[in-house]
Design a protein around this ligand. Structure first.
Ligand code: ARG
Length: 456
């Protein structure tokens, strides 16, 4: 028997039934669905619509249904259209006629919107913890290898020497912004749709403020029409996840490059690489390639839901059932991906000699320009003079730091013997002492700030 069968005298087409069903994917809402139903039952009791005995029968019945789901004993029937109908059908079998009172004043429209928010709230808290663990792994790497130097790149061309710790912390801050965005989205998730009815509100005296408090919501949705048709909470989380995915994919790409034989800057732990079925020497960075690749589905899931919502008329439309699979897919993807990324970061080993070997004198050309600046040469001119020295060294086939002093002095009399002290990567790095730079003290301050965020 269908919950809405009263006006029908024909059976639903079999394929239509399958198309219409959401239980195959929304069954994971069972726990929040029952939590919401228990609160609604209490609300009905407080409004004088259920006796104490009826309330108790419903609560006990709902607990029993929950227990069946928890232990995998819940038996799905072909008529169970979605999680809401499945729970109510089973409740009816367990407690009889009184089950028919539970849906008083409620619609699946406000029910599903409430379930999704309860579910999202829990998932957001779990995600926050997982990303926090990834950040902690980054900070740990930075501290352990504080003084390792590496080439910093722009345009993937060697640019200036930096600390390895500085590079790795750059990702800490991307993920910090992600966590802040997620915390902000949570505020808008935590608003209660229940009590909005099908679209117009309900007229049976259930106190929505009581429901909000009972279910831990900060506020009630102020417009019933909006409450049942709004999926912004899901959209925000999917948009958030797309941004996070892009960050994760950039970290992955850096590491894929740095772990290649050509760079050889980091060694990945074999727990996170895979071999080739053909080439025995390979250790492929599959975990990282998947991190890079998964960003595609994270972005795709956002686009899928945006497209479902675009142009929908007000309030509830069945299209909204299409919100769940993209959401669940994004959450499942992240719950796997983020801990694996944390594992990769925690276990990787930088190769300081390989990085150090790339720090040639040319990477200190900017520091040589700064040397001239300190002697009063305007920067534009200094840049030009050093450029000429670089060209001269190239012409002679020697590294810049082996160009003789007379050659430098022919280019500018401001060059003096002390210029050669510039060609020390250590010194160049230590010169970047401004807040947020790569000097030791600046990085130590950065680590302290990062740890404070982890504690917050
Ligand atoms: N399974 C539905 C969904 O996920 C629940 C709401 C159904 N509401 C309705 N009026 N048919 O959207």
């Amino acid at each position: 028997m269908k919950l809405w069968g009263g006006r029908y005298d024909v059976e639903t087409d079999e394929l239509m039934e399958r198309l219409n069903a959401s239980l195959p994917f929304d069954h994971r809402l069972w726990e929040v669905d029952i939590e919401g139903s228990k609160a609604w039952a209490e609300g009905l009791h407080r409004a004088g619509l259920l006796t104490a005995e009826e309330l108790n029968a419903l609560l006990r019945g709902l607990d029993q249904v929950a227990e069946e789901w928890r232990t995998g004993r819940f038996e799905v029937k072909p008529s169970d259209e979605d999680i809401h109908t499945a729970v109510e059908r089973r409740l009816h079998e367990l407690v009889g006629q009184v089950a028919g009172k539970l849906h008083t004043g409620r619609s699946r429209n406000d029910q599903v919107a409430t379930d999704e928010r309860l579910y999202l709230r829990r998932e957001i808290d779990r995600l926050d913890g997982e990303i926090r663990a990834l950040q902690a792994a980054l900070v740990e790497q930075a501290e352990r290898h504080l003084d390792v130097l590496m080439p910093g790149y722009t345009h993937l061309q060697r640019a200036q020497p930096i600390r390895y710790s500085h590079w790795i912390l750059s990702y800490f801050w991307m993920f910090q912004r992600d966590r802040e965005r997620l915390a902000d989205a949570r505020k808008r998730v935590n608003v209660l749709p229940l009590g909005a009815g099908a679209l117009a509100g309900h007229g049976l005296g259930v106190d929505r403020r009581f429901l909000a408090e009972r279910l831990g919501f900060d506020d009630v949705a102020p417009n019933s029409l909006d409450a049942v048709g709004d999926r912004d909470a899901l959209l925000e989380v999917l948009a958030w996840a797309a941004i996070f995915g892009v960050h994760a994919s950039r970290l992955a790409e850096d590491l894929i490059l740095y772990a290649s034989q050509e760079f050889g800057f980091v060694r990945l732990d074999p727990r996170y690489t895979t071999g080739s079925s053909l080439m025995p020497q390979k250790a492929n960075p599959d975990a990282l390639e998947l991190a890079r690749g998964k960003s595609g589905r994270l972005v795709g899931n956002l686009v899928a839901l945006l497209t479902v919502l675009k142009g929908l008329p007000s309030a509830y439309n069945k299209d909204l059932q299409e919100d769940k699979e993209p959401l669940f897919d994004t959450l499942d993807t992240l719950h796997l991906l983020v801990p694996v990324l944390a594992g990769v970061v925690r276990t990787m080993e930088p190769q300081p000699e390989r990085m150090r070997a790339t720090l040639d004198a040319a990477m200190l050309a900017t520091d040589l320009a700064d040397y001239l600046v300190r002697k009063g040469v305007p920067f534009r001119q200094a840049h030009h003079l050093v450029g000429r020295a670089v060209a001269e060294a190239e012409r002679r086939g020697v590294p810049l730091n082996e160009l003789p002093l007379e050659a430098f002095r022919r280019i500018s009399p401001h060059f003096e013997a002390d210029l050669y002290a510039t060609f020390d990567p250590e010194r160049a790095v230590e010169a970047k002492a401004a807040e947020g730079g790569t000097a030791r003290q600046a990085v130590l301050e950065q680590i302290a700030a990062a740890k404070a965020r982890l504690r917050a």
